[in-house]
Design a protein around this ligand. Structure first.
Ligand SMILES: Cc1cc2nc3c(=O)[nH]c(=O)nc-3n(C[C@H](O)[C@H](O)[C@H](O)COP(=O)(O)OP(=O)(O)OC[C@H]3O[C@@H](n4cnc5c(N)ncnc54)[C@H](O)[C@@H]3O)c2cc1C
Ligand code: FES
Length: 256
């Protein structure tokens, strides 16, 4: 991918924090100057403020962005994300951005965007991008329970929305790959982000259907800049750094 934009380390002001569950929240960050150009699917590395026991920055997808503002959707899983959850309006976060490659354009007019858990975050921006290009996205989102989905109306405003839940609280029962839409409609492209087992199942279905599929990987990272090699993923062309060669890969490149 052409690196036609700079990577910058900015001090961004927390303008709002909104919790959807005890452990899932959206934080809005604002910049006094225009943000660098951000491509759909890119991520940031956030320094966890006020936590001397969390040295490394944490990679987080860009959930929404404008010229001066971006927002992140964060699930607390450990001490870094727990530190981020302590954010208050007026705080400042040190954020490295924009990082990684971006989603490639679809080959056809009927893309399917499949997300699970907090992996739905980069799919909202992608849906926005596709809608703006006149290509209506179809979302298929899965979660353990309907209470764990944030802002479904935002997804619904961009295209059709289909849901699966493991407790049958909304949509169809089961995993995303169980949804009847996969058998009743034809799609041209598949994009996926979420837990690795889910993405592998989506990749397997896409390959069986002969559909191009792009997956956004969430490997553990440290530097986020292609230096430490702790995020490498084996591919048909050898090991690749998810932070710089990815996070988005054509699933045919992966040894899944
Ligand atoms: C490109 C990219 C985009 C991401 N986007 C988001 C996002 O939009 N929102 C969000 O909430 N999270 C996202 N993540 C995951 C997020 O970076 C991790 O959850 C976070 O770094 C964990 O830090 P921690 O200190 O809270 O947890 P740790 O204390 O480091 O780990 C706690 C537990 O979570 C596991 N864990 C840590 N990182 C990951 C990971 N990447 N995948 C699976 N398990 C992990 C650890 O193995 C451990 O079991 C993204 C990761 C990548 C690489
Ligand atoms: S995180 Fe260091 S090389 Fe990718």
């Amino acid at each position: 991918m052409d690196k036609d934009y700079p990577i910058v380390d900015l001090s961004l002001a927390v303008s709002s924090v909104r919790f959807f569950t005890d452990t899932l929240f959206e934080v809005k960050l604002t910049s006094p100057t225009p943000l660098p150009k951000i491509h759909t699917g890119q991520f940031v590395q956030v320094q966890v403020p006020g936590r001397s026991d969390v040295f490394l920055r944490r990679p987080i997808s860009i959930y929404k962005h404008g010229e001066y503002e971006l927002s992140l959707l964060i699930q607390v899983v450990g001490k870094g994300t727990a530190g981020l959850a302590e954010a208050k309006p007026g705080d400042h976060w040190q954020v490295l951005l924009p990082l990684g490659n971006h989603f490639r354009e679809p080959s056809g007019q009927k893309p399917l965007l499949v997300g699970g858990g907090v992996g739905i975050a980069p799919l909202l921006e992608l849906g926005n991008h596709l809608k703006a290009k006149g290509i209506p996205p179809t979302f298929l989102l899965g979660a353990r329970s309907s209470t764990l989905f944030p802002e479904l109306d935002e997804f619904e405003s961009l295209g059709r929305l289909f849901i699966t839940t493991e407790d049958d609280s909304r949509g169809e029962l089961g995993y995303v790959t169980d949804h009847s839409i996969l058998h009743s409609e034809a799609f041209t492209d598949v994009y996926t982000c979420g837990p690795t087992p889910m993405m592998k199942a989506v990749a397997k279905w896409s390959k069986a259907e002969g559909l191009p599929c792009q997956a956004s990987l969430e490997n553990l990272m440290a530097c986020g800049m292609g230096v430490c090699l702790c995020c490498v993923e084996p591919t048909v062309a050898g090991h690749k750094s998810v932070c710089t060669d990815g996070p988005i890969f054509d699933v045919n490149e992966l040894l899944w």
